[in-house]
Design a binder for this molecule. Structure first.
Ligand SMILES: *Cc1c(COP(=O)(O)O)cnc(C)c1O
Length: 525
């Protein structure tokens, strides 16, 4: 028993001299990475999303799991979620938290395991796409609405909460599905009208729920994102909405209400591998994550800091290799061409959640973090110190071009019959490079972030060399024949579903559109 505790309870050998030791019964507060706020409760941090000074909320220390591997191995997904999340969300009662978890991780997921592990080609794929929208965003966005309504109650928020989100495809649908018909909330999504896949667009336009709205922007994702940020910063509009009984909130990936639920599946995966006899107690394993906004891999890092024996965190990028360059050179530089790839949810040049790692890497020096972020704002680049770089030694980075990605998808399919999507393909390809280069044969978990059905065209092209068919649903049927895997309900649903939303607007009309929609919901013309 003692030895097991060493692995999961006090596995803390990282350069964490600045971390305070916290009694597990104490309340955990949050602070802004830019120094402007301290002593924020978890529920306040969830409600606000972003700190007032533009920083991100971080727990003032990273809690430990404090459980043995035997104890963890006996837990199902929901119980694991409670064990992990209670350490971070200390102002939620046990009943509140268990209730949120039960509502989130239920039959919406097509398997009781919630996040199953599949062994193929010598690695373990952690399938994070068994929720409603068949991509990993569901893992956090299924629970965020419930955390948010509890947080609103705790903080005596009387207004209806309006979630305002710009999406490049996956987040919007997952957020709409999560918030649909959740009392006390409304959700409003803006997406680039011609910038998402047909499946992604149909998923959004057929979304049910009287409190959901989706608007196509006649512009690109940046226009949508900029418009949303502008609305958030508009104090006059905030007052106007308050008068109508509304307040805005955000569901994007910098919210700790999204980050914390993502730690759960890494703890769960390690415990399940142990329970299934795949690894020894305390055996170190690698994790490879297809990375965009740096949220998913940061969750893996936090799982490691909580005590899970992870070795390397392999950060996998696509052709937009800004993170690869950062981890290899110590310089972050977003001044480069934005490339559209077959893994669109990773097409990103500013990885917001990296700010949290920067903050930890300089010993929680908020002034330093603020300076770096200002450099990113003004010059589009910054450089970190050697000490900060050394702190990040847990991470190793790689990137896979589109052709390497497709080749990996095809090879894995030819060798094993297992089909992965092009986001997971990036991680699999980068892991292959790492293994080839280092000959490091430690067992490895690859975060599998989307169902191949969500990106049928790219997957069929990867496997067959080309896709002649132009009709999306015929392609999906072709994938069914190839893979032998049943078409997920999320796809079957949109085949016949009625289009329920048809609103579009120009970028400069976004605020007026929000006003119109919210007035209409109050029965005002
Ligand atoms: C969002 C997303 C990613 C990237 O995750 P981050 O947390 O932004 O790094 C990868 N794959 C898919 C399918 C996604 O939807």
């Amino acid at each position: 028993m003692e030895i097991q505790r060493q692995c999961f309870g006090q596995y803390e050998v990282l350069p964490a001299a600045t971390e305070k030791v916290r009694e597990s019964s104490m309340e955990l507060f949050y602070e802004s990475t830019r120094g402007g706020e301290k002593g924020i409760t978890a529920s306040q941090a969830i409600l606000r999303g972003l700190a007032g000074d533009g920083g991100l909320y971080m727990p003032e220390s990273i809690p430990q799991l404090g459980m043995t591997i035997e104890e963890l191995a006996a837990l199902n997904y929901q119980e694991t979620a409670y064990a992990v999340m209670k350490q971070f969300l200390t102002d939620f009662t046990e009943e509140e938290l268990r209730d949120c978890i039960a509502r989130a991780y239920d039959e919406k997921f097509d398997t009781e395991e919630i996040a199953p592990l599949v062994k193929a080609g010598g690695v373990y794929f952690l399938e994070l796409f068994h929720g409603k929208t068949i991509a990993f965003k569901d893992m956090a966005l299924s629970i965020l609405p419930h955390l948010m309504t509890v947080a609103a109650r705790k903080n005596q928020v009387k207004n209806e909460i309006v979630i305002l989100t710009a999406t490049s495809g996956d987040t919007g649908k997952a957020a709409m599905a999560g918030f649909a018909d959740v009392p006390g909330t409304r959700i409003l999504v803006f997406y680039p009208k011609d910038g998402v896949s047909r499946v992604q667009e149909l998923q959004m336009l057929t979304q049910k729920g009287a409190n959901t709205s989706v608007v196509g922007i006649l512009g690109n994702f940046d226009d949508a994102q900029t418009g949303v940020k502008r609305i958030f910063g508009d104090k006059e509009f905030e007052k106007e909405l308050d008068g109508l009984g509304f307040q805005l909130s955000s569901a994007n990936s910098i919210n700790i209400g999204r980050l914390v639920p993502q730690i759960v599946y890494y703890v769960y995966a390690y415990a399940k591998l142990y329970a299934n006899g795949e690894i020894r107690n305390g055996e170190k394993i690698h994790v490879a994550v297809p990375t965009g906004n740096f949220g998913n891999i940061l969750a893996a890092y936090l799982a490691k800091r909580m005590g899970v024996p992870f070795d390397k965190l392999i950060c996998a990028s696509n052709d937009n290799r800004v993170l690869y360059d950062f981890f290899t050179t110590g310089e972050y530089d977003k001044n480069r061409e934005f490339l559209l790839t077959t893994s669109p949810s990773m097409d990103i040049l500013v990885s917001s959640n990296l700010e949290r790692l920067l903050y930890l890497s300089c010993g929680r020096d908020a002034a330093k973090t603020k300076t770096i972020m200002e450099q990113l704002q003004t010059k589009g680049k910054y450089e970190i110190t050697l000490d900060m770089k050394a702190f990040m030694a847990d991470f190793t980075a790689g990137y896979a071009r589109m052709d390497e990605n497709a080749a990996k998808i095809r090879q894995l399919f030819d060798d094993t019959g297992y089909l992965i999507d092009p986001h997971t393909g990036v991680a699999a390809a980068v892991y292959g490079q790492y293994r080839g280069k280092t000959k490091d044969a430690k067992k490895t978990v690859i975060a599998s972030t989307a169902s191949p059905y969500k990106f049928s065209r790219s997957v069929v092209e990867a496997v067959l060399g080309k896709a002649e068919e132009t009709d999306e649903f015929k392609l999906i049927d072709e994938l069914r024949r190839l893979s032998g895997v049943a078409i997920p309900p999320a796809i079957e649903e949109i085949r016949e579903a009625k289009i329920l939303h048809d609103r579009t607007c120009r970028p400069e009309e976004m605020k007026e559109t929000v006003r119109t929609i919210l007035n209409a919901s109050r029965g005002l013309a």
